[in-house]
Design a protein around this ligand. Structure first.
Ligand SMILES: *Cc1c(COP(=O)(O)O)cnc(C)c1O
Length: 375
């Protein structure tokens, strides 16, 4: 069994994807070919945002956003303690200081109480200027943007939505990548909308930031690439990747529907055994991961071993709180304690999940988890 089976999707859609890639090769417009612009238009429309600027990966997308805001030395950027490294990595890259915030024990997304406390701490105890909050749509579930927006207004913070795992998630009629002042996503192959290599995108409604982002992704270009008005990056999305994504976008809705159905099957079978993902109400998750929480570290080890013995892959996203990563050791600001993150890091376990899972596979995973727990 595969953790996220990318081959089945390709087998099903081989013809369209192959011919889309071949078309790029035939045209030989490998960099910023017409497919890139078309993809940007379609993604902006899908997300309901004015501008989409494609780039090389989801990490660059986050960095480009911070650069567009001219965030740097002396600025504090609030980041959830429980997320993939990139969400925080980009902050010191700009010279700014990351301040890690605890997450909600049920949704695993940034805790707005902890965020308020962290902001208050920074204002009272440091010379840093609170500038932005990175809100991550972890495992595909949207962060609490109503509350986050209120806090942002109160403290004059910019909201950066990291929707690397959230593309396609919805609340009402609003889609992921429309909740931030700038929002970003990743097209890493295993993400909800993945390409066949690295890729990413930045979204915004703001004209001036969109202009700056277009410049920043091509060496800070002015009138052309040899007129450089600022220091930027080389961060474009390859035309071949754009062509693949244009094809994949056609069946994304179908896949997301399947993901919802598969998550419901998992939850039905597991709810009495483990802590299942929190209810979504009327929201739609993009289901980047289906993550359960076990009783303690030992139980997680037992489940992982049993699954391994049964030939079923599993993964721990994430084992280490951000504030414990050695990379942040220097100048770490411990504004708040992150107990929920510590608790979750010791107990979380992500199960095999993708839109092409068969009922027999879901059953095999759940039986394996059950055997380990009732052992
Ligand atoms: C994957 C991921 C990223 C980075 O995306 P890349 O395309 O791998 O650079 C950023 N944030 C989160 C939450 C992610 O899961």
């Amino acid at each position: 069994m595969e953790f996220r089976d990318l081959k089945r999707q390709y087998q099903l859609h081989r013809k369209e994807i192959d011919s889309a890639m071949q078309e790029v090769i035939d045209s030989s417009h490998f960099i910023l070919g017409s497919q890139v612009k078309q993809l940007e238009q379609e993604l902006a429309e899908y997300a309901g945002v004015k501008y989409c600027i494609a780039c090389a990966n989801g990490t660059d997308a986050l960095q480009l956003a911070l650069m567009a805001w001219e965030i740097g030395k002396g600025d504090a950027v609030f980041v959830p303690d429980f997320t993939f490294f990139s969400s925080g990595e980009v902050v010191p890259m700009t010279g700014a200081t990351p301040v890690f915030v605890d997450v909600d024990q049920d949704t695993y997304n940034i805790s707005t109480d902890s965020l308020r406390n962290a902001i208050a701490y920074v204002i009272q105890n440091t010379d840093l200027r609170p500038r932005a909050v990175v809100a991550v749509d972890l495992f595909g579930r949207l962060a609490d943007y109503e509350e986050i927006r209120q806090i942002a207004v109160q403290y004059d913070l910019l909201v950066l939505e990291d929707a690397a795992q959230g593309f396609g998630a919805m609340a009402g009629s609003r889609k992921a990548c429309s909740f931030g002042d700038i929002s970003t996503t990743s097209f890493f192959p295993s993400k909800p909308l993945g390409c066949y290599g690295d890729g990413g995108a930045v979204f915004t409604d703001n004209d001036a930031w969109a202009d700056r982002l277009l410049s920043l992704r091509v060496h800070g270009k002015g009138s052309d690439k040899y007129d450089n008005v600022r220091v930027g990056m080389n961060s474009r999305l390859d035309t071949i990747q754009a062509a693949v994504l244009l094809q994949k976008l056609r069946f994304l809705e179908e896949e997301l529907e399947e993901c919802g159905r598969i998550a419901a099957r998992y939850s039905e079978r597991l709810r009495d055994l483990v802590k299942i993902p929190a209810g979504l109400g009327s929201m739609r998750s993009a289901w980047a991961q289906y993550t359960i929480c076990l009783k303690d570290k030992e139980e997680r080890e037992r489940v992982m071993e049993q699954m391994k013995a049964d030939g079923i892959p599993s993964a721990v996203y994430y084992r280490k709180p951000m504030h414990r990563q050695g990379a942040f050791e220097e100048n770490l600001i411990q504004a708040v304690s992150c107990e929920n993150t510590e608790y979750i890091c010791d107990r979380c376990l992500s199960l095999p999940f993708h839109p092409y899972m068969q009922e027999t596979e879901i059953e095999a995973v759940c039986d394996s988890v059950k055997r380990a727990i009732l052992q």
